[in-house]
Design a protein around this ligand. Structure first.
Ligand SMILES: [Zn+2]
Length: 111
């Protein structure tokens, strides 16, 4: 999986299936396991206890971590949810500094 921060992704599993949003956070859990949070999706409540006597407890909504395998990248070029492919750039570009580029499996655009 090669989802990055600020990618737009579509959720393919769970209660928010079919919705898409921006990746806020990518967390590496294990060697092969990435977790992500997506803006406004997979929301959970966090309960805050009142700290003073007359203060009420609060519920705060926040996007919970989910397994990156539950989301697909939405290609900015063709707008489709896609798997990510890789290609090796023959000449190292000064812009990307990386030889390995992500490409859309649907339209082959470099992402
Ligand atoms: Zn595409």
């Amino acid at each position: 999986m090669n989802i990055r921060k600020n990618d737009t992704v579509k959720i393919i599993k769970g209660k928010d299936r079919g919705k898409s949003g921006r990746v806020l956070q990518v967390v590496k859990k294990d060697e092969d396991r990435l977790m992500v949070t997506v803006e406004g999706l997979n929301l959970r409540y966090k309960h805050l206890r009142p700290r003073r006597d007359r203060e009420k407890g609060q519920r705060i909504m926040f996007p919970a971590l989910m397994d990156a395998t539950n989301v697909m990248l939405v290609c900015p070029k063709c707008g489709k949810a896609t798997r990510i492919g890789f290609q090796i750039n023959a000449e190292k570009s000064e812009l990307t500094r990386e030889k390995k580029q992500r490409i859309c499996k649907k339209c082959s655009a470099v992402i």
